[in-house]
Design a protein around this ligand. Structure first.
Ligand SMILES: C[S@@+](CC[C@H](N)C(=O)[O-])C[C@H]1O[C@@H](n2cnc3c(N)ncnc32)[C@H](O)[C@@H]1O
Length: 235
């Protein structure tokens, strides 16, 4: 049996917002759909990555299936991977309700999921990587690259902080306030937990990590509210 070193990071342990909580899972879609259109956003990613009915995709940190379940309508196979059994079960129920038979629900994460099938055409990961400290982000991204075929694509969306730290306090306050105004106080409370307890890193660190993990960064976009979107190709 494979011996896991005691110093290995336990990615099953929840950090920050507790996605193992049933209550959290149940209100997740309701909260997120106040500011996201799952279908529209997923279609844009599918178009950007030029995925089609021959494509296999891994959704790392799939959650309730915001991307995975829409991608499954257009792709050959989708691997929905998540460390939270509660999120994954919710995703499975939704997928079964939609009559999808090409989604594999995999309990695991960036550090533990073993992709035993053929290398995938693409990996999509939305708002999940910040759950790992930086040292483990590189391990995670290197493993992610290993799950993709050469030339395979990686779409990464996450909260990433800018290098320019001038008035960072004011910018963080403004971010939390704008979330409260747009999406309500529950989500603003999660943003505070995010800053305080989760592991969002700096833009220059993230770019360095992606390159060192074996990705070519095709585009890096930094939007309002510390949102970063990277489209990468596995070298
Ligand atoms: C903010 S939710 C995003 C879910 C989904 N991607 C979406 O777009 O709605 C973060 C998800 O990442 C998962 N997660 C946390 N740590 C992870 C890890 N190490 N590997 C994979 N997923 C992880 C959580 O369980 C949770 O479902």
């Amino acid at each position: 049996m494979l011996k896991i070193p005691e110093w290995t990071y336990d990615e099953m342990k929840q950090t920050g917002v507790d996605y193992s909580s049933i209550e959290q899972v149940q209100r997740y879609d309701d909260m997120h759909q106040r500011f996201r259109d799952y279908e529209k956003n997923s279609d844009a990613i599918i178009k950007l990555l030029e995925l089609d009915s021959n494509s296999t995709v891994i959704d790392m940190g799939a959650g309730t299936g915001a991307f995975a379940l829409h991608a499954a309508k257009q792709c050959r196979k989708v691997y929905a991977v998540d460390v939270s059994s509660a999120m994954l079960e919710h995703c499975r129920k939704k997928g079964e309700g939609m009559g999808l038979s090409n989604v594999l629900y995999c309990h695991g994460g960036f550090l533990t999921y073993e992709h035993e099938a053929e290398p995938a055409d693409a990996m999509v990961s939305i708002a999940a990587l910040h759950h790992l400290p930086d040292f483990w982000k590189l391990v995670a991204l290197t493993r992610a690259a290993g799950m993709l075929k050469a030339g395979g694509q990686f779409f990464l969306f996450d909260i990433v902080f800018p290098s320019a730290t001038e008035d960072m306090e004011g910018r963080l306050d403004a971010w939390v306030r704008s979330i409260a105004e747009r999406s309500g106080h529950e989500l603003a409370a999660e943003a505070k937990i995010h800053i305080r307890e989760e592991y969002s890193t700096y833009d220059w660190v993230m770019e360095g990590l992606l390159e060192r993990a074996g990705f070519e960064i095709e585009s890096a976009e930094y939007g309002d509210g510390f949102q970063a979107t990277y489209v990468c190709t596995r070298r």
